[in-house]
Ligand binder design. Sequence first.
Ligand code: CU
Length: 143
Amino acid sequence: MYKLIAVAALVASATWGTAGLAVAGTPAPPGAYAYIGYPNDGQVVQANKPFRVWFGLRYMGVAPKGVKYPNTGHHHLLIDTDLPPPDQEIPSDRNHLHFGAGETETMIQLPPGKHTLQLLMGDDMHVPHNPPVYSKKITVIAR
Ligand SMILES: [Cu+2]
């Protein structure tokens, strides 16, 4: 279900970008960003009932965990939490969901209340890219 996207131009520019200086972590392609396609910011969803979350990604591709390929990563959905440290493995718990098979959507359910959702890409070792590729943090209201 994952899409593996290799864009020659991006590969070339990433190579050029790292040629002159040492960059810590897996380089992110220039301009890459993630976004949540659904739900919308401020959307009301039914509490304790599964709803779909769509992962959007531009200017980089999705690859499963453990696959080291330029300009790719896998999605992490952050629920009710802030971005973790950018130079460490993304935690794996109920607030940090890994989509290591390369999934681009999921179903979650939330208890009543206000919640936040945010996407963060991780490389083959679950470490954010440099610079980190993440979405805007959105708010959903479950009731
Ligand atoms: Cu991961």
